[in-house]
Design a protein around this ligand. Sequence first.
Ligand code: LLP
Length: 422
Amino acid sequence: MNHFELLDGELACEGVPLAVIAEAVGTPVYVYSSATLERHYTVLRDALTGAGLKDPLIAFAVKANSNVAVLRTLARLGAGADVVSEGEIRRALAAGVPPERMVFSGVGKTEAEVEFAVETGVGEINVEAEPELHLINRVAQRLGKRADIAFRVNPDVAAGGHAKISTGKSENKFGVSFSEAERLYANAANMAGVRPVGVTCHIGSQITDLAPLEAAFIKMRGLVERIRREGLTLERLDLGGGLGVPYFNSPTPPSPDDYAAMIGRVMAGLDIQFAFEPGRMICANAGVLLARALHVHERPEGRRFLVIDAAMNDLLRPAMYDAYHDIRPVKPRRDESAAYDVVGPICETGDTFTRDRVLPVLEAGDLLAFMSAGAYGASMSSEYNSRLLIPEVLVRGDQFAVVRARPTYDDMLDRERSAPWL
Ligand code: LLP
């Protein structure tokens, strides 16, 4: 469910017509709904607690939407943060996420990042490979601290909507095997710079079937029990694999209630603190990319291109994963429809959002919204073709605020320097 609906015949975000935002801020622009963000967070939290998981840590995956105002909206509800870089830790801090509610994942943390995380007091640093364990131990000892760590296990379960976003097979770069996890956990318990607190897994993103999640979680429970049988303390189980969202033409994902009930069943009787790292399911349907049609270009052989002012640098998912985003005209006033290739201005054919999509007839100047663009939209954008990063707007009720400003061309050029020989 989301809060982008027709209001007096025009698409609006909560109480604000998208055309009003386009007029005030210009296009292209990302627009987010506070109500949808809050609803998705609370629905998940209530489903998990309803299934008997007491006080779960819901660490929002900052990579999905890194805007500080979005993070703050969630932090105010009690969300933690799943972070994968110093930049994301800094964003989460800026949003008011307490460091002890942060989980630091990622296969290649630099020494400087580990140092920053340990100094900051990040609540869980996930070890994804043996050398990282030694790095964290060394850095923490140098700082006179003991870092709370968890081991990321690769459960060797395939899942995820696309090969590029599947993370849980042993051929993927993430995490250690079950046997390594047991060995390293026991070693870590004797190290002065680390304190092992738990185990974690993440098998992929846009998962629309509970079976692979259940298979992975059963294996994780077994691991917890084996480690505890060794007499070691294990307080936290961090269960990853991101539930999918409905992208209009995609398989219907399981409901949060069904997901939570499955976890309640698999984990029945296990006394542990649960953590989750959802990104997409919280924010995808809370955001749209709002763009304007520049012109329609009809080729003699019959293709009809709708050229818009947004491009693959603003929303990379269609070019990168062949992702489908529903496209809705902001003022759906025409009865006739036509098939369009919707393309951006970038100089490569990959800058195609969709081919042969049947849409209500559109013309130059019309506004259109790419739905479900609140996750991995702005956070994956770039300045390719020297296009400026686009602004982000957060709506709450009938108010809106620009929460990331559109930079100027001077901002872009001021970062660059000449070389002494030029
Ligand atoms: N935790 C870890 C360790 C992850 O690797 C990911 C996603 C998440 C949490 C959040 O997963 P989610 O709940 O959003 O499914 N750029 C791609 C998605 C890449 C996901 C990578 N890891 C896309 O646009 O589809």
